[in-house]
Design a protein around this ligand. Structure first.
Ligand SMILES: NC(=O)c1ccc[n+]([C@@H]2O[C@H](COP(=O)([O-])OP(=O)(O)OC[C@H]3O[C@@H](n4cnc5c(N)ncnc54)[C@H](O)[C@@H]3O)[C@@H](O)[C@H]2O)c1
Length: 168
């Protein structure tokens, strides 16, 4: 099983890779447990900060906003993709363009590259609580069909909510 992890050097990415290596197997597209043979770990940092040294892990530095780079990540036709790369919280709010590119355009590049492989990998997208609106976490405001549009005022949520409806 070839696995692709974006956002590999982030808080969750590093822990996910450690967990996958320790587990040693993962359900493939057939649902059967398959040994983890290779993890392509990618992030924007030039060096693989904090990733475990393991012969199954291959680090590729790059920007998911670059569609050619993303297409190359799928050369090994991964059976599972964990898409964790994102510009989260304050980063997305401070820079509208960067948030849109990383959180929306980057995700579309990944989904399109997955589709082009023709193998329909399992695609895990962590998304964000920001899709429920800026005040829902602390203010007790729940998203309902009536107020969903009003609550999606945070830039991060605006870019990530539509990604939940996309698929490879
Ligand atoms: N940490 C949590 O508790 C939590 C909870 C819910 C959802 N999530 C989601 O899980 C994902 C990972 O969260 P995290 O806490 O590890 O975030 P993080 O910020 O630590 O990691 C995100 C990684 O994405 C990388 N990245 C950003 N833009 C990129 C780009 N253009 N190209 C390539 N890489 C890029 C960053 O360099 C970073 O290493 C995010 O989508 C986040 O919204 C996290």
């Amino acid at each position: 099983m070839h696995i692709l992890v974006t956002g590999a050097c982030g808080f969750l990415g590093r822990r996910l890779i450690e967990a996958l290596l320790a587990r040693g197997q993962l359900a493939g597209t057939s649902g059967e447990a398959t040994p983890v043979s290779q993890i392509v770990a990618t992030d924007i940092f030039p060096e693989p900060a904090g990733l475990p040294a393991d012969e199954r892990v291959f680090y590729q530095a790059g920007d998911i906003c670059d569609p050619e780079f993303v297409a190359r990540l799928f050369a090994a036709k991964p059976g599972s993709v964990f898409h964790l790369a994102a510009l989260v919280s304050g980063g997305a709010e401070q820079d509208f363009d960067a948030g849109m590119k990383a959180n929306l355009t980057g995700t579309i590049h990944l989904l399109e590259a997955a589709r082009q492989t023709g193998v329909s990998p399992r695609f895990v997208f962590t998304s964000s609580i920001a899709t429920y609106g800026g005040r829902s976490a602390g203010g007790g405001i729940r998203r309902t069909p009536g107020n969903a549009g009003k609550l999606l005022w945070r830039s991060e949520g605006n870019w990530r909510a539509p990604c939940e409806r996309l698929y490879p």
